[in-house]
Design a protein around this ligand. Structure first.
Ligand code: UDP
Length: 331
């Protein structure tokens, strides 16, 4: 926050004028978006949270709703929106495989039309635009760990394509608005992220396993559980997003953001069972089509250009997330 006891008011008022930005967070009621809104408010900005509540939830932003510098606007970005802003974070898209495959055409539509509308807004107001892309652009990767220079291995007609190709076209739009219309754009590729404000029904592995373990239900492992993922705590992710937004205009990305610690899905299940002390069994189901076999970010670029790397170890992050889900399940 800007004001603390003993601060000189005039100086504070001046600082506030100097540094307070109007920041649009599209998807601001979602899992990552809501934590980002919170951080931006705490840093003294005016936040316009735009969300159609397709997967986002008002409960995620409940603590912010009465803040004088927070505005919630229920709106679907596939329709243009007119707001005066300095910065735009585009996180508006269902992101869990279960959610983005429910209505694949909508996932494609928001990735293309939604991104286009926000890029137009950025162009109009000379705002900086940050595109939250995904490690899914690498598909089922043949290069490990994944570097930003790798073009990926995506099945364009598979069940994940609506999201993977959707985000690829979002990236393409973003880079071409930079080249053609000179918008200050930035692309980050978000790897698996977990933490508070994940929905209990989100469908992703960490939330599924914790909720199942806490309820004493069997953990649903897809395949033999040997596929790997790398999990980044949401607070680290928000730091990375903000650092990218604040970076020099010449830094366009894409830049990977994720935690390079790599675990098999079975290891994650075992860690969660141990931490929750749950008696749940492991149930094995067929591996979904095109499920990537391994994933781990190379974060050399983020370290070099953003001075960013994750600080929250998986063990600590899972402890915090288990506490969060315990509260969720009580309500
Ligand atoms: N997974 C699983 N059980 C679940 C949910 C997911 O075994 O209940 C597996 C899934 O098949 C994938 C990995 O966990 O290999 C990560 O899945 P998630 O949906 O979290 O994200 P993805 O990285 O696939 O987008």
């Amino acid at each position: 926050m800007f004001f603390s006891e003993g601060d000189d008011l005039d100086e504070c008022t001046f600082r506030k004028c100097e540094t307070m930005k109007r920041i649009l967070v599209a998807g601001g009621a979602g899992f990552i978006g809501s934590s980002l809104c919170e951080r931006l408010i705490n840093e003294g900005h005016h936040v316009l949270c735009v969300d159609n509540l397709y997967t986002g939830k008002k409960a995620n932003i409940a603590a912010l709703l009465n803040h004088e510098h927070f505005e919630f606007i229920e709106h679907d970005i596939t329709t243009p929106i007119h707001l005066e802003v300095d910065e735009i974070y585009n996180l508006a898209c269902p992101a869990s495989p279960v959610q983005y495959q429910k209505d694949p055409l909508y996932t494609i539509h928001i990735s293309y039309q939604g991104t286009l509308n926000l890029l137009d807004l950025a162009r109009q107001h000379k705002a900086t635009f940050l595109m939250a892309s995904t490690s899914e652009v690498y598909g089922d990767p043949h290069v490990h760990p994944q570097r930003e220079t790798y073009w990926g291995n995506v099945n364009p007609i598979g069940p994940r394509a609506c999201y993977d190709e959707g985000k690829r076209i979002s990236e393409t739009l973003t880079i071409n608005y930079r080249k053609t219309h000179h918008v200050n754009t930035k692309i980050v590729r978000i790897f698996n992220t977990y933490g508070h404000h994940m929905d209990t029904l989100d469908g992703r592995v960490v939330s599924n396993f914790i909720v199942q373990a806490l309820k004493g239900e069997p953990l649903t492992l897809y395949g033999d559980g040997s596929q790997t993922r790398s999990f980044c705590h949401v607070e680290d992710m928000v730091d990375g997003l903000m650092k990218m937004m604040q970076s020099d205009a010449s830094l366009e990305g894409p830049i990977n953001l994720g935690n390079p610690g790599e675990y098999t899905v079975k290891e994650i299940a075992e860690i969660i069972l141990e931490k929750t002390g749950s008696p749940s069994a492991l149930d094995f189901y067929p591996l979904p089509q095109d499920d990537p076999i391994k994933r781990k970010p190379d974060i050399t670029l983020a370290k070099k250009h953003l001075d960013w790397e994750p600080r929250i170890a998986l063990s600590e992050g899972l402890d915090r997330t288990i506490i969060y889900f315990k509260t969720q399940l009580k309500n």
